[in-house]
Design a protein around this ligand. Structure first.
Ligand SMILES: [Mn+2]
Length: 323
């Protein structure tokens, strides 16, 4: 533990409380940053939400935050590609995990909402490590409470807009349906990128389009740079508050196999980086990277990719200096 500094600590490991059992204290921090208990005084904070109670297929995402932190030990202080220097310009720390209840998903959602209310009340921007995609719903409840309906850049293999799955309204396939019902999203400022795979009907994304979302199916992304798309997305988002939600399963499972519901023919890591770098200049008020499932991540590269994408998110936050 310690006070946050503008540089990553340079130590091999810092320690935060492990949110899985809540008892031990052996998790390393994200990017070897200092750990602190609250978001007080921070411009941005890495937060873990270790649940997979909302998954419908392969479990394991509850171990995502831990493995992302482990693999993040390789991250260095500067972005060589964009020349961003996040630790020179804003205060960042790892504030540990939300104290979730893995036996009760609805109680977990309540706990997440409460935790994010407190984080956002300090003016801090949360960078969340999931956890399955269910968590985007309570996070966005807290975000919209502070900022009003937000724009959403949603990168995913799936639309996550189902109404009911297996008889349940809360799960990793339903968060954005719930968000729309509760008026948490500015629907004209929502884009879903990378959608694909088998569906429950021939027009899988009809509901999204009917809300006013822009849907960019993966076929529109194949074989090309996504930089031109992101120029259009920046115009769509305008100056209003924007939340970025990145499901690692948007990437092809050849690059990111460690995830719960993989779909073939996905985005490349290059395209993932282009999307995040394309968010520079937006009024980002929160970001997440979800669905990393370490038990299916045989090399650790899925978590490593997640860690790097989170670093890229940090680099495009408002106020981050670029040389
Ligand atoms: Mn998802």
């Amino acid at each position: 533990s310690g006070t946050p500094s503008r540089k990553s600590s340079g130590r091999r490991f810092m320690f935060s409380q492990c949110g899985v059992c809540g008892a031990c204290e052996w998790d390393p921090t994200m990017a070897k940053l200092p750990f602190q208990e609250t978001a007080e005084g921070l411009d941005a904070a890495f937060v873990g939400v270790p649940i997979d109670t909302g998954t419908s297929n392969r479990p394991g995402a509850r171990f995502g935050p831990r493995q992302i932190r482990v693999e993040s030990a390789l991250l260095r202080a500067y972005n060589s590609g964009t020349r961003a220097a996040p630790f020179e310009s804003i205060m960042v720390a790892d504030i540990g995990d939300v104290n979730v209840n893995v036996y009760d998903l609805k109680d977990t959602c309540k706990r997440i909402r409460e935790a994010y209310r407190k984080i956002l009340a300090t003016g801090c921007i949360p960078l969340t490590m999931g956890g399955d995609h269910t968590i985007a719903y309570p996070i966005l409840q807290a975000v919209a409470e502070k900022y009003g309906p937000v724009g959403l850049v949603h990168v995913d293999a799936h639309a996550d807009t189902s109404d009911v799955v297996l008889g349940e309204r809360i799960g990793h396939g339903t968060p954005f349906r719930r968000c729309v019902e509760e008026g948490l999203l500015d629907c004209k400022r929502v884009v879903q990128i990378g959608l694909r795979g088998t569906g429950y009907s021939a027009d899988s994304y009809e509901w999204s389009r009917a809300q006013g979302f822009r849907v960019v199916q993966v076929e529109e992304c194949w074989f090309k740079s996504l930089a031109p798309l992101m120029a259009e997305v920046r115009t769509q988002m305008g100056n209003g508050p924007v939340y970025l939600s990145f499901d690692i399963d948007a990437l092809d499972p050849g690059f990111a196999p460690g995830t719960g519901t993989p779909e073939i023919a996905g985005l490349t890591p290059i395209q993932g980086v282009e999307i995040i770098r394309g968010c520079r200049g937006l009024n980002l008020v929160g970001c997440d990277l979800v669905e990393v499932s370490p038990p299916y991540d045989t090399t650790g590269n899925t978590a490593l990719t997640g860690a790097n994408l989170l670093f890229e998110m940090l680099c495009v936050l408002p106020k981050v200096k670029h040389y």
